[in-house]
Design a protein around this ligand. Structure first.
Ligand SMILES: CC(=O)SCCNC(=O)CCNC(=O)[C@H](O)C(C)(C)COP(=O)(O)OP(=O)(O)OC[C@H]1O[C@@H](n2cnc3c(N)ncnc32)[C@H](O)[C@@H]1OP(=O)(O)O
Length: 206
């Protein structure tokens, strides 16, 4: 199994994957780096020579994670699911996705590819979470919420039921979201209010 990334987020992903398979190879453009006790084996171009899809891109920044996944010859096929998480049998977890400790994913929730559901977050029934989203620690997402590609939901935020959040939006730490959020909006506070709009770097240059 392979991990791309050697930063703080990758450290947590490493610990999850080591529960099931201690044979892991780490790849990062900083080829001098260590991920805990594993020395980085090579850069991302070097990784491509393995021809493997048994990889997860363990990079916390949604924009950068999408960019790196896009550079790979095969989409990541590994999911990292912590043994203490509780995932409904009717939920779907996409490939390349990380589910950290004490997370709950309830009935009929759809979680896309290359998503991060961070420590102790909960995603309730019938939610639809798109690719490259990051749901930070302690976030509560109520039932029937949709979240567009690449959105970051900050630590401790709450989203009430039925809300639709657009793509590449940012929800500030501790915010309470009671109204729909448009694409690219940065929303903070209780109740959440839009303070600005921020496009991901790739889309700014499109
Ligand atoms: C395991 C892990 O570590 S996972 C990572 C967890 N971390 C997170 O989830 C981080 C979430 N990030 C935030 O909350 C950030 O503050 C952001 C993204 C919302 C805003 O960051 P920036 O774009 O740098 O905005 P900036 O700091 O300039 O703040 C702009 C204004 O919004 C206010 N503001 C920023 N964040 C918040 C917040 N969470 N709640 C309320 N107000 C806020 C600021 O006080 C400031 O107000 P002012 O203009 O009246 O002074």
């Amino acid at each position: 199994m392979h991990i791309i990334g050697a930063g703080g987020h990758a450290k947590v992903v490493l610990e999850i994957l080591e529960q099931s398979d201690p044979i892991l190879t780490i790849w990062d453009d900083n080829t001098e780096a260590y991920l805990v006790h594993h020395k980085v084996k090579g850069n991302i171009n070097h990784f491509k020579e393995t021809g493997s899809d048994k990889v997860i891109v363990a990079i916390g920044d949604n924009n950068l994670r999408k960019k790196i996944v896009g550079e790979l010859d095969f989409p990541p096929a590994i999911t990292a699911i912590h043994a203490s998480s509780s995932i409904s049998l009717s939920a779907h977890i996409g490939k390349g996705t990380v589910v950290m400790s004490n997370v709950s994913v309830n009935a009929n929730a759809l979680i896309g590819n290359n998503v991060i559901i961070n420590t102790s977050a909960s995603v309730d029934h019938d939610c639809n979470i798109s690719d490259f989203v990051h749901i930070a620690p302690q976030v509560g997402v109520a039932g029937n919420v949709t979240v567009g590609e690449g959105t970051h939901i900050g630590i401790g935020a709450c989203i009430i039921q039925g809300i639709s959040i657009g793509k590449w939006a940012t929800i500030g730490a501790g915010s309470v979201i009671i109204r729909d959020v448009p694409d690219y909006a940065v929303v903070v506070g209780n109740p959440g209010r839009i303070i600005k709009y921020k496009k991901p770097i790739e889309e700014i240059y499109d």
